[in-house]
Design a protein around this ligand. Structure first.
Ligand code: NAG
Ligand code: NAG
Ligand code: NAG
Ligand code: NAG
Ligand code: NAG
Ligand code: NAG
Ligand code: NAG
Ligand code: NAG
Ligand code: NAG
Length: 536
C-alpha cells in the first residue's frame, strides 16, 4: 500500500516536473538552433522552436516524435533562413530574435508572462492573469490541426515546396459569404479563378472546423453543421495525428500520421486531378496528366523557361512582331492545340462556327496572338495565356499564332511532336492491326470482284477501251451500292473463288464484313486451325 501511494506520488511529481520544464515556459527562457532548440509539448508530440530550413534555420511548430520534419506552422515564413548564431528570447513584448545583425521580433504580443506548447499543437502565450494574449491557432499558415478553426476571411496559403515553407502559389479561403474556396494567389475572390468550392455560398459567419476524429465540416452562425467535407469517424488515439494542409501542388489534403510507424497517409483530398489547381503550370504552358502526375507543356512555338520548374512557364522561341507583317523574314501560321482549356481574357469575340475562319481572323489581326475556338465562337487573345490544361471531352481548341523563320530550327515543336508520338503508340498499334486485317479482306474481295467483273464485262456488248478495261481490273475503291450490284446483293459469299477448301460456314458474308469494318458488328474470334482441320 505505501509503495503504491509512493509510486503515484512519484509519478505525479514526474508529470508535474515535465509540465514545468516543457509546457510552462516562463519569461526569460530562450532557444538557440543548436542547443535547447525547442520546447516540447507535454506528450512530446509537438515542438515549438528551430528546425532546419534550406541552408539555415526557421522557427515554427513541428511533429517532434518522427524523423521526417513535418512542419505545421512557421513564424515569419517568408523571411530568409536564420544562421546558427541566433537566440530566440521570450520577453514580455514578444519572442525576439537576437543575432550579430541585431534584434527583431518573430512574434509580437503585449504583456506576455508565460507560454505553453499545448498537446493540441497550439503554441499559446498568457499574461500574468492567465489570459491568452497570442496563439498560433489564430495565425495559420498552410495547415489546420484538430480543434483549430478557420474563421470568416481567414486563409491558408500553400508552401512553396515540401521542404521550403515560404508562401507558395495557392490559397484556401473561408469566405465571408459562407463558401470555402481554393484559388491561386494574387487573384480576385471570383468564380473564374476558383478550382475548388464547398458550394455553401450565401450564408453568414460560416467557419471551417476540424474534429479529433478527422472530421472536417462547416458550421453556420448558430453552430449547425451545414456541410461535411470529410466524414470523420477515424480512430482518435495517442499514436495518430491528423492534419489538413493545402499542399504546395494546390490540393487540400487530410493526412493521418502514425507516430509508431513513422508513416503518413492521405485520407482525403479536395481533388485527385493534379491539373485542377489553376496555375500549376506557368504562363504559356498547359497541364497534362501523365500517370496521375501533372506535366507542363509549352504552347507550340514556345520553350520552357526552366525545365525543372513547372511554374516558370514558357516563352516564344522566336520573337517576331506579328504587326510587322511586311517583314518577310517570318511567316505566320496557326497551330492547333486540341482539347485544352484556358483562362479567357479575350479582347474580341467573333461568332464563328468554322475553325479555319477563326484562324484566318487571328492571322489577319496583328494584335491577335492566339484564339480560343469552341465551335460557336472565336475568342481572340493576347499573350500570356494562363491556367492552361488539357481537358478531354471538350471541342475547345486553342489556336496559336506561330512565326516561323527558315534560319532558326524549332526545337520545341520537335519535342512536342515526340511526346505526342509516344502517346499515340497505342492508337498506332491498333491502326496497324486493323489495316492488316482490312488488307487481307480487301485482297480476298478483289479476287472475287475481279472474277465478277470479268464475267460482267463478257456479258456487256458495248466495246470498252483498253484503258477502262485496265482500270476495272486494277484495284479501285467501290461504293456500297456498287458492291451490292456487283455481288448480286451480297448473295455470293467471299472466298469461294479464291480458296475452295475452306469451311464455308465459318466465313462471314460480304455484308457482315462491311458491318465489321464499320464497327456495327463485333469481329468474331477466328476458329482455331484444329477445328477447321477437323471439318475438312
Ligand atoms: C507557469 O508558471 C508560472 C510560474 O512558474 C505560474 O505562475 C503560471 O501559473 C504557470 N502557468 C501555467 C499556464 O501553468
Ligand atoms: C537548456 O535548458 C535547460 C533548462 O532550461 C538549462 O538547464 C540548460 O543549461 C540549457 N542548456 C544550454 C546549453 O543552454
Ligand atoms: C460569428 O459567430 C461567432 C460564434 O460562432 C460569434 O462569436 C461572432 O460574433 C459572429 N460574428 C458575426 C459577424 O456575426
Ligand atoms: C444554420 O443552419 C441551420 C440548419 O441548416 C438552419 O436551420 C439555421 O437557420 C442556420 N442559421 C443561420 C443563422 O443561418
Ligand atoms: C455530417 O455528418 C454527421 C455525422 O458525422 C451527420 O450527423 C450530419 O447530419 C452530417 N451533416 C450534413 C450537413 O450532412
Ligand atoms: C521510426 O523512427 C524511429 C527513429 O528514427 C526508429 O527508431 C524506428 O525504428 C522507426 N519505426 C519504424 C516502424 O520505421
Ligand atoms: C519557379 O519559377 C517561378 C516563376 O519564375 C519562381 O517564382 C519560383 O521561385 C521558381 N521556383 C523554384 C523552386 O525555383
Ligand atoms: C525583320 O525582323 C527582324 C527581327 O525583328 C529584323 O532583324 C530584320 O531587320 C527585319 N527585316 C526587315 C526587312 O525589316
Ligand atoms: C464541334 O464540331 C465538331 C465538328 O463539326 C463536332 O464533331 C462536335 O460534335 C462539335 N462539338 C460541339 C460541342 O458542338
Amino acid at each position: 500500500m505505501p509503495f503504491t501511494v509512493g509510486f503515484v506520488l512519484a509519478m505525479a511529481f514526474v508529470v508535474a516536473q515535465a509540465q514545468q520544464m516543457q509546457s510552462n515556459i516562463s519569461r526569460g527562457s530562450s532557444l538557440t538552433p543548436t542547443t535547447n532548440s525547442s520546447w516540447l509539448s507535454r506528450s512530446g508530440v509537438y515542438a515549438f522552436g528551430f528546425y532546419k530550413q534550406g541552408n539555415g534555420y526557421a522557427v515554427g511548430i513541428f511533429l517532434a516524435g518522427i524523423p521526417q520534419t513535418t512542419v505545421v506552422w512557421t513564424a515569419k515564413r517568408d523571411d530568409p533562413p536564420l544562421s546558427s548564431d541566433v537566440t530566440l528570447d521570450f520577453t514580455s513584448d514578444g519572442l525576439s530574435l537576437t543575432s550579430t545583425q541585431g534584434q527583431s521580433f518573430m512574434i509580437e504580443y503585449t504583456s506576455g508572462s508565460s507560454a505553453s506548447m499545448l498537446d493540441s499543437g497550439n503554441f499559446v502565450i498568457y499574461n500574468a492573469r492567465q489570459d491568452m494574449v497570442w496563439q498560433s491557432f489564430k495565425h495559420p499558415t498552410d495547415t489546420l490541426l484538430p480543434g483549430q478553426i478557420l474563421f470568416p476571411e481567414d486563409e491558408l496559403f500553400s508552401a512553396k515546396s515540401e521542404s521550403d515553407h515560404s508562401t507558395g502559389i495557392f490559397r484556401l479561403k473561408m469566405q465571408a459569404d459562407g463558401n470555402l474556396v481554393q484559388y491561386p494567389v494574387n487573384t480576385p475572390d471570383t468564380a473564374p479563378y476558383a478550382y475548388y468550392s464547398s458550394g455553401t455560398y450565401g450564408r453568414k459567419n460560416v467557419t471551417l472546423n476540424f474534429g479529433a476524429d478527422g472530421h472536417l465540416y462547416l458550421l453556420n452562425d448558430t453552430r449547425s453543421n451545414i456541410r461535411n467535407i470529410t466524414d470523420g469517424g477515424l480512430p482518435a488515439d495517442q499514436a495518430t495525428v491528423y492534419l489538413v494542409r493545402i499542399d504546395a501542388d494546390g490540393i487540400f489534403r487530410l493526412y493521418s500520421h502514425d507516430l509508431n510507424h513513422n508513416g503518413s497517409k492521405v485520407v482525403w483530398e479536395s481533388s485527385n486531378d493534379k491539373c485542377d489547381p489553376k496555375g500549376v503550370c506557368g504562363l504559356n504552358s498547359y497541364c497534362v496528366l501523365l500517370d496521375l502526375e501533372a506535366e507542363c507543356r509549352c504552347l507550340p512555338g514556345f520553350v520552357s523557361a526552366d525545365q525543372r520548374n513547372k511554374t516558370s512557364g514558357c516563352s516564344r522561341n522566336l520573337v517576331a512582331d506579328a504587326c510587322e507583317q511586311k517583314n518577310k523574314t517570318f511567316t505566320y501560321t496557326m497551330e492547333e492545340l486540341e482539347s485544352t482549356k484556358w483562362e479567357d481574357i479575350s479582347y474580341e469575340v467573333l461568332t464563328l462556327s468554322d475553325k479555319e475562319a477563326c484562324k484566318r481572323a487571328c492571322l489577319e489581326d496583328c494584335n491577335c496572338e492566339a484564339a480560343l475556338f469552341d465551335n460557336t465562337s472565336c475568342r481572340k487573345q493576347r499573350l500570356p495565356l494562363r491556367y492552361g490544361r488539357r481537358q478531354v471531352l471538350t471541342s475547345n481548341v486553342a489556336l496559336i499564332k506561330v512565326a516561323t523563320s527558315t534560319t532558326t530550327p524549332d526545337t520545341n515543336r520537335i519535342s512536342e511532336k515526340r511526346s505526342k508520338r509516344k502517346g499515340r503508340t497505342d492508337i498506332l498499334i491498333i491502326s496497324i492491326s486493323l489495316a492488316a486485317f482490312g488488307s487481307i479482306l480487301f485482297a480476298i474481295s478483289v479476287v472475287v470482284l475481279c472474277k465478277h467483273n470479268v464475267w460482267a464485262y463478257k456479258k456487256v456488248n458495248t466495246p470498252i477501251g483498253d484503258s477502262e478495261w485496265n482500270e476495272d481490273i486494277a484495284l479501285r475503291p467501290y461504293t456500297y451500292e456498287e458492291l451490292e450490284k456487283i455481288t448480286n446483293n451480297f448473295r455470293e459469299e467471299i472466298g469461294r473463288g479464291s480458296s475452295g477448301t475452306d469451311e464455308p460456314s465459318l466465313r462471314p458474308s460480304m455484308k457482315k464484313v462491311l458491318l465489321m469494318l464499320e464497327g456495327t458488328v463485333e469481329i468474331p474470334i477466328p476458329p482455331s486451325p484444329n477445328s477447321i482441320l477437323s471439318t475438312i
